[in-house]
Write a protein that binds this ligand. Structure first.
Ligand SMILES: [Zn+2]
Length: 176
């Protein structure tokens, strides 16, 4: 099988994890799903989507850790890619070279509309990019921005409805 890198990106609540899980399930191949150590919402060892679906995941500090867990695996799924360092790019290229299909879900921008380096770099090397949209919480237009409701200054984004809302560009600029 020829290797391939697919990336699913968009703002929060755009359904990235749901799309990732759907592709893994629909492949009928053995897959390994990983997520970064930092994602602490809901629980530690599974990927939860906002629609409530759950799937067990290997929690890793770096994507490099997957290389010793690939027995029989054909597809590597990576959730919350924005929390990995830029080293993820090299690891994904290596996985592709080895013939793996790599499917990555990640936020393209943070709540201040700043790009996540790792995801921006992955988009550049991906064979296929899917951009998803949420629904604007104010006007229901397609949303591309993650607006933070809490004034807390922590850098870590917690994907929780109480802290963030999806907004379109126009509404986002109006509330900021
Ligand atoms: Zn709007």
């Amino acid at each position: 099988m020829a290797g391939k890198i697919e990336i699913i990106t968009g703002c929060m609540f755009s359904g990235k994890s749901t799309e990732l899980l759907k592709r893994l399930k629909n492949s009928y191949n053995k897959y390994l799903l990983v997520k970064p150590k930092i994602d602490i919402r809901y629980d530690l060892s599974s990927v939860s989507t906002h629609s409530g679906k759950k799937e067990s995941a290997l929690v890793v500090g770096s994507v490099s850790e997957v290389f010793k867990n690939l027995n029989g695996v054909k597809i590597v799924g990576i959730d919350e890619a924005q929390f990995f360092t830029i080293k993820i790019v090299r690891d994904c290229i290596e996985l592709k070279k080895l013939g793996f299909r790599v499917i990555i879900a990640g936020l393209n921008k943070d709540y201040l509309n700043r790009e996540f380096n790792s995801v921006t770099s992955l988009i550049k090397i991906a064979d296929e990019t899917t951009k998803l949209y949420a629904v604007c919480n104010i006007c229901a237009a397609p949303a591309t921005r993650s607006h933070r409701l809490s004034k807390e200054k922590t850098k870590i984004l917690l994907g929780h409805k109480n802290y963030y809302e999806p907004l379109c560009k126009k509404c986002y600029n109006n509330v900021r």
